[in-house]
Design a protein around this ligand. Structure first.
Ligand SMILES: N[C@@H](CCC(=O)N[C@@H](CS)C(=O)NCC(=O)O)C(=O)O
Length: 324
């Protein structure tokens, strides 16, 4: 369970008004900061076409009035959210927890007094759980993925992202989303999801199974995890995994485009992360996922950064919606 969500110094595009009127059309242009790939697909700036005569309003971004970051409450669930979290937890069963553990995960118990106090670890009955993993080569720049939450093919790819502990810049493509769906058609030729761009190699591709194979070959040990290797059964169970959420995270909800990508520390199987990400997708908010499944060294990084592994700086749903 993770959950720091904050703004990164990652310029994405110039802000635009979410409201599209008949007199105002937007064209999408690349303006990459994360990547210098010749594909020029990494980030998108939206710019009004000069001959249309509308002006872009200046947007200011700040927390909602009187906003106070909540204190982290490990495993506590707000009473009105119990059903949401239970429904999001169904995925753990259908997918047998795929993505909960990083590749090569192992755990051992160390007496609490022998474990460094500045290291992140679960504590159980006086023991610290020392978790390790075996990671492949790390990409220099984040992988970019265009997708949406309730697509089972996209879920498969998000699971491998968690297993490989990759950082990914997600460009949400909810139905009727005005920005990134068009961008995918522009750079890839059609609107089909997931679509992946690796700015490190210049490779770009559709097809979930091909993306998984590519990522595992380039940033893993070449082996596709069992639950992602079952063809139709993988896709079916990935679809069943989302049954409880009934299409959440698929349809666009009008939003203001932030000037920078948000940053979220999360991982696919966590139901707590899930409900936040659904909102990010519905609002079409680009976000850099700092993937941190169990065994990820980024858990320690986050622990050092915020003094706690589980801490929400901006609570997903309410705060993001309030910013519109
Ligand atoms: N064989 C493809 C299937 C991908 C696919 O059908 N994706 C659906 C979403 S679940 C899609 O792109 N639909 C078009 C749309 O949403 O506009 C894969 O494995 O990636």
């Amino acid at each position: 369970m993770a959950g720091v969500l904050n703004f990164t110094p990652t310029p994405v595009f110039r802000p635009l008004s979410s409201r599209r009127t008949p007199t105002s059309r937007f064209s999408i242009k690349s303006s990459s900061n994360f990547s210098e790939t010749p594909l020029t697909s990494t980030s998108v700036s939206t710019k009004e076409e000069p001959n249309l005569g509308s002006s872009t309003s200046t947007l200011t971004f700040s927390p909602p009035p009187n906003f106070k970051p909540p204190e982290p409450k490990r495993f506590s669930i707000r009473p009105d959210k119990v059903l949401d979290i239970l429904a999001a937890s169904l995925a753990l069963i259908f997918r047998l927890g795929t993505g909960a553990l990083v590749s090569g995960y192992s755990a051992s118990f160390v007496p609490k007094n022998e474990f460094p106090s500045d290291q992140y670890a679960l504590e159980i009955a006086g023991y610290k759980v020392k978790e390790t993993s075996k990671l492949g080569p790390r990409p220099e720049k984040p992988i970019e993925i265009y997708e949406f939450e309730s697509c089972p093919f996209c879920r498969k790819v998000r699971e491998i992202v968690a297993v490989l502990d990759l950082d990914v810049l997600f460009y949400p493509c909810p139905r009727n989303g005005p920005n990134f769906r068009r961008k995918v058609a522009e750079i890839g030729g059609k609107q089909q999801f997931p679509y992946m761009v690796d700015p490190n190699t210049g490779v770009a591709m559709y097809e979930s199974d091909d993306i998984i194979k590519y990522l595992v070959g380039k940033y893993g040990d070449g082996n596709i995890p069992f639950m992602l290797s079952l063809g139709l059964l993988t896709t079916l169970t990935a679809g069943f995994a989302m049954i409880g959420r009934m299409g959440k995270g698929s349809s666009y909800s009008p939003s203001k485009m932030p000037p920078k990508a948000l940053e979220i520390w999360a991982y696919e199987p966590s139901p707590f992360c899930k409900v936040v990400r659904e909102v990010l997708v519905e609002l079409e908010l680009p976000h850099l996922l700092r993937s941190c499944a169990r065994g990820s060294p980024k858990r320690q990084e986050l622990y050092q950064k915020v003094g706690h592994f589980q801490k929400i700086q901006i609570p997903g749903c309410k705060c993001l919606r309030a910013q519109r």
